[in-house]
Design a protein around this ligand. Structure first.
Ligand code: NAI
Ligand code: MG
Length: 368
């Protein structure tokens, strides 16, 4: 069995605490003979800035390029508020995304039955919810040129952002969505504003052609992004895979995340293009940030981080069995009423970050 190379980047705030719990799960999977791993450790964000003066060092970038998967916890915090723009903690994330070519951001919104009452929606609308938002991550209005502010004189300025998409960018993200749907409930909802944006018009045209050519077996629907925002809170279970651009994906994935009621629960994957052997560069991270308000207290919820490792098992390590086992272990501990403080709800008491990690490993032992 060849070993999978993981670069672990704990980062800042609660990052090191939740990383340690993901490492427990990695160790367990190794000992159980599920897969073998080689772990490298690096610095990102404020942690890298404090040592190297940059948000990620060239050495750690080289490790990221060589890894089968990067597992990152979180970056940022008030300590680095004043640092120069190009070395601020978030610059480490952007550098990783850009240099690894991570164009596909996968954000599941999963509502575990045991937590359905934490949602802002009624239990029956979200209980068992499992949707996957696929957001294009390296193109669109955040990157398009021109992007500038011009001084017009007389106190007036003009700001321009430009949304640009080319056929190949839409095709490759569309492909990711269709492939995912085939392994799920076989439905893709593609979203843009084809009615008012040229880039949206092209998006719809390209996705439609790709579907007809290669994925006619998958159910495809198109939905304008504003309508989708509405439908997500009206009847979210109608969706399986949603594919959309960088800007709409940013908002819709945050909206979908809140349906589940708990930021500390949600993992994500960012994938690059497949090489000739079908291997993709990939980075896995929780959707939440570094939670400076609770850092160092040992109370952070490690589930999003452990769920991110689960996604790595599925999308980088070709081990859906281990991924399913991790999901089942998370569901299992929640079903037993174990809760960290952020998801405590009406539970009588909460457990620590470490206790949650240990409980998930114990549950995994009964599954694998
Ligand atoms: P945040 O996600 O760090 O925290 C929002 C709230 O959720 C806080 O009350 C926090 O305690 C809680 N929370 C988040 N994750 C949790 C967990 N695993 N367990 C228990 N509670 C949890 O977002 P915020 O406060 O806006 O940002 C804090 C810092 O994180 C900032 O410096 C921000 O730039 C950075 N950030 C980093 C991200 C990343 O690394 N990808 C993403 C978002 C923010
Ligand atoms: Mg966002």
């Amino acid at each position: 069995m060849s070993a999978y190379k993981i670069l672990l980047l704990p980062g800042d705030g609660i990052g090191p605490e939740i990383s340690a719990e993901a490492e427990k799960v990695i160790d367990f999977l190794g000992r159980a003979g599920v897969a073998s791993f080689e772990i490298e450790r690096g610095l990102v964000g404020g942690a890298a800035y404090d040592v190297h003066g940059v948000a990620i060092s060239e050495g750690d970038m080289a490790l990221a390029q060589a890894a089968d998967a990067v597992l990152l916890a979180a970056v940022g915090g008030p300590k680095w508020d004043g640092v120069p723009y190009d070395v601020r903690p978030e610059a480490g994330l952007l550098r990783l995304r850009k240099d690894l070519g991570l164009f596909a951001n996968l954000r599941p919104a999963i509502c575990y039955p045991a937590l359905a009452d934490a949602s802002s929606l009624k239990r029956e609308l979200v209980d068992g919810l499992d949707i996957m938002i696929v957001r294009e991550l390296t193109g669109g209005v955040y990157f398009g040129e021109p992007k500038e502010i011009t001084d017009l004189g007389d106190g007036q300025k003009r700001a321009v952002d430009t949304q640009v998409y080319e056929t190949y960018e839409i095709e490759r993200i569309g492909r990711v969505a269709f492939e995912l749907a085939r392994k799920r409930r076989n439905k893709v909802t593609s979203s843009e504003k084809a009615n008012v944006m040229k880039s949206g018009y092209l998006w719809r045209e390209v996705v439609t052609a790709l579907h007809k050519r290669e994925y006619a077996d998958v159910q495809l629907e198109h939905m304008l992004a504003d309508a989708l925002a509405m439908q997500l809170v009206r009847w979210p279970k109608q969706f399986d895979v949603v594919v959309t651009d960088n800007l709409f994906g940013d908002m819709l994935s945050d909206e979908a995340a809140m349906l589940t009621g708990s930021l500390g629960m949600l993992p994500s994957a960012s994938l690059g293009a497949a090489d000739a052997n079908g291997k993709r560069k990939a980075m896995y991270e929780p959707c939440h940030g570094s939670a400076p308000d609770i850092a160092g207290k040992g109370v952070a919820n490690p589930i999003a981080m452990i769920g991110s490792l689960g996604m790595a098992m599925r999308y980088s390590f070709d081990n859906p069995k281990a991924a399913d086992a991790i999901d089942a272990a998370i569901s299992g501990v929640l079903g037993k009423g174990l809760r960290t403080a952020d998801i405590k709800g009406d539970a009588p008491a909460s457990i620590s970050t470490r206790e949650m990690g240990d409980a998930i490993v114990a549950e995994l032992k009964t599954i694998l």
